[in-house]
Design a protein around this ligand. Structure first.
Ligand SMILES: C[S@@+](CC[C@H](N)C(=O)[O-])C[C@H]1O[C@@H](n2cnc3c(N)ncnc32)[C@H](O)[C@@H]1O
Length: 271
């Protein structure tokens, strides 16, 4: 199991020098409204414990600091977790370097186990077994993903979507599978149901806003990873699509701050 994840992380670009900084700078934190939805589903105002699987640089973990009594982020990539630790001041947040299926944490204590933009990286069934073990009765597992690109401006979004398509095409042509190739996000709910470990499951939708500008749009695209491997000679069309996004964002948005609307899909299972 960890060999699969190790290989995936190895070819993701997420271990590259400096990547964790770009990621932490340009990726969004979960908005408060989405945390409210998760607390509502779990039937708690202030969770005693949240476990965040695949926490990366801790954006999705730190978001709980003011809301939960205790939060634990779980992440196997040493560079990402190093960045998470460096970026976290809150004393009720800690990190464990581990794979999601083998966290080593005590069972039956969490009210929420989350995987933000991360469940498609993981072999679902062993991770769901671990999530169910970590949860108390009535606790909630939530695979939380946002649509990419977010809505910013039609011309910019079109250029962003073209970059994403160029990446998918290049991956296919070069046989470089992404995490979601094996475990697509739109099948998360099926996986939750198939596990037989949750008495109720469904998909919820929510949204969040944040301020953005040309630099942040371009940074978000850079934070998607895998570029380096794809760009070097083997897929110049990805570099071209990236250059078009840069040009479009700079021309359309200039220095203008604007809003980004993000659409979240929450696939939840209640134990
Ligand atoms: C796209 S990042 C999401 C990070 C963070 N949750 C966020 O919202 O920004 C996905 C993370 O999942 C981690 N990951 C991949 N396979 C994993 C596994 N088997 N167990 C735990 N984490 C894993 C990756 O190393 C990566 O940091």
């Amino acid at each position: 199991m960890s060999q699969f994840s190790e290989e995936l992380i190895g070819r993701s670009g997420y271990l590259n020098e400096g990547f964790a900084d770009v990621y932490d700078r340009y990726r969004p934190s979960p908005p408060r409204g989405v945390l409210d939805v998760l607390c509502f589903v779990a039937g708690v105002e202030q969770p005693k414990l949240v476990v965040d699987l695949g926490c990366g640089t801790g954006l999705s973990t730190r978001a709980w600091a003011a809301r939960a009594e205790k939060v634990i982020g779980v992440e196997p990539n040493p560079r990402m977790i190093e960045r998470a630790r460096a970026a976290t001041e809150q004393s009720n947040v800690r990190y464990v370097e581990a794979y999601a299926a083998e966290t080593g944490l005590p069972g039956g204590q969490a009210e929420l186990v989350t995987a933000w933009q991360a469940f498609h990286w993981m072999e679902p069934q062993p991770v769901l077994a671990e999530a169910a073990r970590l949860l108390r009765d009535g606790g909630v597992f939530a695979a939380c993903d946002y649509d990419v690109p977010p809505f910013v401006e039609p011309e910019v979004d079109t250029a962003f979507a073209a970059l994403m398509q160029a990446r998918r095409d290049a991956r296919q042509r070069l046989s470089i599978p992404a995490g979601a190739t094996n475990w697509p996000k739109d099948r998360h709910l099926e996986q939750i149901r198939a596990s037989g470990r949750f008495r109720y499951s469904r998909e919820l939708v929510a949204h969040g806003w944040r301020e953005t500008d040309a630099e942040r749009v371009i940074g978000l695209a850079e934070s998607i990873g895998g570029h380096q491997a794809l760009l070097n000679e083997r897929a110049p069309e990805v570099g071209d699509a990236f250059a078009r996004l840069r040009e479009t964002a700079n021309r359309v948005l200039r220095d203008r701050a604007c809003l980004e609307l993000r659409c979240y899909r929450l696939r939840i299972g209640i134990k």
